[in-house]
Design a protein around this ligand. Structure first.
Ligand code: SF4
Ligand code: SF4
Length: 299
């Protein structure tokens, strides 16, 4: 698209074959998620821990957890079967940086055994500043941070607690720490030349008005792309929002907010809220072809 052509060459090179960062690329390049990260260090009111991390995935999906060794095997099999594979990401089923041993073992092996593949992660951001040097030691050009607010008062309505320095912290204090770490992490990634996508979950009555401010600030700090995703309230999946049971936004409300943010920020509108074990082009899910049994026979 025209605006991509205007980007500096070094940025264009990073965007061109990442299907999430470029709407054009998503027709031609495939991504896969490896679900190696089960734990999480915060609680979001929209998350039901039985399922994949809702920061990236739609609710109600359960990904098959892999060990780092199984993940590598799977990547190597998929890379042979799907030559358009350009990106391998870790997006759950919990938070990748809350599982540093498993996440870094996976990134380490991938960077050695599949050096042509780009690696990316998505995170709630709590551990970004403390782990950023380890993270950037790998071939990481893209990171997604889920940022739902900048204001701890709003944050307290989204995050009942975080786990920080071996302690559980609640309420406004918890939100304050999380927001601070997310913003610091964003600054540090931008300073290191990593392209940052910010995901925000639009929660009617909680942060819907506030997300324009989030968009403005993260753009100012150098985030590359903003992806506003709808809260998916699905009582049949046990995903009722917090205690109040907030509803999902309507399609019109979501589009209106995306358009309002687009006044000052590059917006992602092709996100599919993929599962933590998604495989293939965006919008197709070939994971079933590559379950553990299939990998065992093919590798
Ligand atoms: Fe759930 Fe993801 Fe939030 Fe952790 S960061 S509580 S896994 S939605
Ligand atoms: Fe890309 Fe969205 Fe899928 Fe993540 S959830 S891989 S950003 S399309």
């Amino acid at each position: 698209t025209a605006h991509l052509a205007q980007l500096p060459a070094n940025i264009r090179a990073k965007v061109n074959n990442h299907p999430c960062f470029s709407e054009d690329a998503h027709h031609h390049y495939a991504r896969m998620h490896v679900a190696v990260a089960p734990g999480c260090n915060i609680q979001c009111n929209y998350c039901n821990r039985k399922y994949d991390c809702t920061n990236e995935s739609r609710p109600g999906v359960v990904s098959e957890l892999l060990t780092p060794e199984q993940a590598i095997q799977k990547v190597l099999v998929v890379a042979t079967a799907i030559p358009q594979l350009s990106v391998v990401g870790i997006a759950g089923p919990g938070d990748p940086l809350a599982n540093p041993r498993r996440t870094f073992a996976t990134l380490d092996a991938l960077s050695q055994q599949a050096p042509d593949l780009k690696l990316c992660i998505s995170t709630n951001g709590l551990m970004l500043p403390s782990l950023i040097d380890r993270l950037c030691a790998y071939n990481i050009e893209h990171v997604t941070i889920t940022i739902n607010c900048l204001d701890p008062e709003i944050g307290a309505q989204i995050y009942p607690w975080i786990f920080w320095n071996h302690r559980r912290i609640k309420g406004r204090d918890a939100a304050h720490i999380l927001i601070e770490q997310q913003q610091l992490g964003l600054d540090m990634l931008v300073a290191r030349g990593v392209l940052v996508k910010v995901n925000s979950v639009m929660i009617p009555g909680i942060n819907d008005e506030h997300l324009r401010e989030v968009s403005r600030v993260v753009k100012e700090k150098g985030a590359f792309l903003h992806n506003v995703m709808p809260l998916i309230a699905a009582p049949e999946h046990g995903t009722v929002y917090g205690l109040n049971g907030q509803r999902s936004p309507t399609a019109d409300e979501l589009t209106a907010l995306q358009t309002a943010c687009a006044g000052n920020m590059r917006m992602m509108r092709h996100c599919r809220q993929c599962r933590a074990d998604a495989v293939g082009l965006l919008g197709e899910d070939r994971n079933a072809e590559f379950d553990l049994a299939a990998i065992a026979t093919q590798s």
